[in-house]
Design a protein around this ligand. Sequence first.
Ligand SMILES: Cc1ncc(COP(=O)(O)O)c(C=O)c1O
Length: 500
Amino acid sequence: MLPSNPFEIRLDRNDPRPLYRQIKDALAAAIESGELPPSTRLPATRALAQKLGVDRVTVVTAYNELAAEGLIQSHVGRGSFVLDPASLTGRHETPPAPPSLRAPDEWTAHNFNREMMRLARRPDIITFGPGMPATDLLPADDYRFALNAVLRRDGPEVLQYGPIEGHPPLQAAIAEELAGFGVHIRPEQALITSGAEQALSLAMRTVLRTGDAVLVEQPTYLHVLDLLAGSGIEAHPAPCDEQGARADALPELIERHRPRLLYLTPTYQNPTGVCMPLARRREILQLAAAHHLLILEDDVYRHLWLDAPPPPPLRALDPADNVIYVNGYSKCLLPGARIGYLLAPQRLHAELEAAHQTLDLTATELSQRALALLFEQSRFRQHLERVRAAYRERRRAMLEALTDYMPPGASWTRPAGGLFLWLRLPPGGPSATTLYVHALDLGVAFAPGHLFYLPERVKADDAAHSLRLNFTLYPPPIIRDGIRRLARAWERAGGELPSS
Ligand SMILES: Cc1ncc(COP(=O)(O)O)c(C=O)c1O
């Protein structure tokens, strides 16, 4: 018996698509639009074939395709039903328990990150803490398309181990993109890794030996601090100003510590959002070349420019081939795809490639091929345009709310891209960790600034009175609500509020 729903399939004998494909496409469109809601029973194949005047095999083929795409589920003897995603087991549905870490002073980068990820899944807390892109803007449909298309095109081969250095078409797409940034490479020079994080770890463990010194921006990306902690490598702070790492402070630091490496995130830095201007980039490169100092450039926020494209990467400006360059597609596209890459200076390429093989063999082939397809189809570019438009709005909402609600003496960066801004609380008032406890009671969270400082610097005033806010995670009204709650938390913590 046909179902009672009014849905009709019209076949067109002049359509170049085969009949099974027309049936499949019509049903898929109806499922996607909700016209055929979850749990709807599809007509029996024999009945539908009769109704449409086609062979039964044609309908069976269409149903098989729908099942392969996860749109329907067939049960022997009962028929085929539109899949209800909620009926699938294995998804972790229960929200995590209320926040347990109540002493943020004692946090390490490691347990902070777990806390932030837990909070991000709680609907009752507005959290500006995590270092991730907005979930509501992740391109799930594009990715689903790419995964299905790649699986259909390449079959089981895509589930095999792939080439160690990466999927050649993805390497080619990266080389093309890099040329647009002014970095000219042969595709095989891009060593594909499981996220930028792995590229950073690979670079550090290959280039550095116990007892070596490195310079890191202060504040800096907290996982780099985590990576260096307990490694036997000495990390020293490189001071920053509103243009990023200070070139004028480097000669003395180089003289004193004889560092082997300088870790920099010059473009929309994590955590401050600052972007280093061209002149400063050139100054730092000159100093590094003069002192045989390797630079590890982490460029993962480059795609997320909001006002105008940023200056070229250090790697593009460096004739001395002294920069290890790291980038990836977590912040600008899909953190879950876990795809990053590394460009080594020529003299280090073979060593880094060998180290990569030891560490991981290869990054996931399926993700690499799916990403290559998203590039090829211009979907990545379109996604970036959508994300930039939304992030501009969200940044504006946060800057306006901060202006309206923050106490006198507070200041903040106005990033031209990336995910974060850096808020400095009025000196002499409650610290960021005191504020955090009250903020959590009022349902708002952030990343306390001390986490981004080397351990010996966490008690310093700038570390204790600053915090990182991710401005991209919520639509404007929620951002405004979150900042309003933060201001209330400040008052509860004993801070002074603007008189209005
Ligand atoms: C500066 C910086 N580098 C690297 C990463 C890691 O990126 P991925 O997710 O690609 O490993 C992050 C993520 O927070 C980051 O902020």
